[in-house]
Design a binder for this molecule. Structure first.
Ligand code: GLU
Length: 465
């Protein structure tokens, strides 16, 4: 089994899904999972993309010591050329000097494939001559696919395709086959997008005298409009989900549901169940909907299921800024781990992705809260100034600074004005946290402390003069 990404950009969630399926399948079969980086498109590859793939794989649980490689396709250029040479020597490929324009002029269409003009011209190799594979005129190529049955292709409809360019460099189709063959790959599990190439590749395996692998083309991943997920339009990078605060466990569980489900109408299951129950042959061949909303809900459930100390640790990068995660708007030394630990259980039930922790707790770590002006306008209506005055008076006189007393004091302040607690809370909440929604208010005030709470209430009151 192998996973063979091209390092030409961020790591696509569809690629992560294929990698996981490959990896589990290898484990189930007692096989080896090989990671091969297909880096032969030198213009589009960058080493940092390769590193990104390795670390993203590691993040979703494919640890570096659980696979062979990474191997790099570029290191096998000699094998690719040798295979092209063997096919030529055996008469399975021929040189061609036709330009695209000439082929089009002859066939009258830009959509028609190559017309076989040079098939029997016996051209020797030469500068600018492409090497084409001589596809059989008759018969069919039957692809054995664990997900799609046996897609069958008429050989006469497969053009004599190029296997090496005019400069002698082998094309991807051939390099990919030669690598699989060199590495002894028995199962090729890859994206559905490659299915049209498969009969051509299988013909190459046959021509090179090696039994082709078993294929499995996993379904294309689509958005809510049933369009293939695209880098330009959709959020496709696994790294983006990681940096937003999706948990690896939630992410990999969700990825495995793209086209497959565990037994018993369950979706959220321990990874061990997935490893045990997943069957490649049960993967649904139709396009798989990547439902970001569902993934969010999933992640929320995973967050709520964490032991509190793990939740606290998981949030930390967003609160202090590490790695690829941008630091929040306060100095790291202002971050107070104890204050955070005190409110963490309240936040844990309210956020769906870890980055959402920041707007929920930033008021604890900033000298002044970040006031959201729309929230301010909404909360600081008539009577707000008087209410804040009364709250300051009540809170100054408070003996014990605890959530219960803070609540009953404000309840009384509200009652004097004929206000329910919710209404009385609004100006206090905005004055102290800057927002209209957030963690339970009185627990928040308890953790923030008397001095800072009173200072904020007074500052808000001054603004209302
Ligand atoms: N390098 C190809 C890609 O990233 C994969 C081809 C394959 O898996 O056979 O799409």
């Amino acid at each position: 089994m192998r996973f063979a990404p091209s390092p030409t950009g961020m790591f696509h969630v569809g690629g992560a899904r294929s990698a996981l399926q490959n990896w589990i399948f290898a484990k189930q079969q007692g096989g080896v999972f090989v990671l091969r980086v297909e880096d032969t498109d030198a213009a589009r590859n960058k080493p940092e993309w390769t590193e990104g793939i390795l670390s993203a794989l590691e993040w979703i649980g494919i640890a570096r010591d659980t696979y062979e490689g990474p191997y790099f396709q570029s290191a096998y250029a000699g094998e690719h050329r040798a295979a092209a040479g063997r096919l030529y020597d055996a008469g399975r490929a021929y040189y061609c000097d036709c330009t695209r324009e000439a082929v089009q002029a002859r066939t009258g269409s830009q959509y028609q494939g190559y017309d076989g003009f040079c098939r029997d011209r016996g051209l020797p190799p030469g500068e600018g001559r492409a090497l084409r594979f001589r596809t059989p005129d008759e018969g069919t190529t039957v692809v054995v696919d664990l997900i799609r049955g046996e897609p069958t292709f008429e050989n006469k409809l497969i053009e004599d395709f190029v296997i090496a360019r005019g400069d002698g460099s082998p094309v991807f189709l051939l390099a990919n086959v030669v690598d699989d063959l060199t590495m002894g790959i028995t199962h090729v599990i890859r994206a559905e997008e490659h299915l049209p190439n498969t009969p051509k590749q299988q013909l190459l395996w046959d021509a090179l005298g090696v039994k082709p692998p078993v294929w499995a083309h996993v379904p294309v991943v689509v958005n809510e409009k049933r369009q293939k997920l695209s880098k330009r339009r959709d959020k496709v990078a696994l790294e983006a989900y990681r940096d937003e605060g999706y948990l690896a466990a939630a992410m990999r569980n969700y990825l495995m549901l793209l086209g497959w489900a565990p037994s018993g109408d369950r979706e959220i299951v321990p990874w061990s169940v997935i490893e045990e129950e997943f069957r490649l042959t049960e993967v649904n061949p139709s396009p798989a909907f990547f439902d970001e909303k569902k993934l969010r809900a999933f992640n929320g459930e995973y967050i709520r299921a964490l032991p509190v100390d793990e939740f606290v640790a998981a949030c930390r990068p967003w609160l202090t800024g590490t790695g690829t995660i941008a630091p929040p708007p306060w100095q790291p030394e202002e971050f107070d781990a104890d204050a955070f630990a005190a409110v963490a259980p309240l936040a844990q039930t309210r956020i769906a992705v870890l980055s959402e922790i920041v707007p929920n707790v930033d008021f604890l770590f900033l000298a002044d809260p970040l006031i959201d002006e729309a929230a301010w306008a909404k909360a600081m209506k008539e009577g707000a100034a008087e209410l804040l005055d009364a709250a300051v008076a009540g809170y100054t006189a408070l003996e014990s600074w605890d959530a219960e007393s803070l609540k009953s004091t404000l309840e009384a302040v509200g009652a004097e004005r004929g206000l329910k607690l919710g209404k009385a809370q609004a100006p206090v909440r905005v004055a102290v946290t800057g927002r209209t929604v957030g963690l339970p208010l009185f627990e928040s005030l308890e953790v923030l402390g008397r001095e800072r709470t009173l200072a904020r209430l007074r500052a808000a009151r001054l603004r209302l003069v």
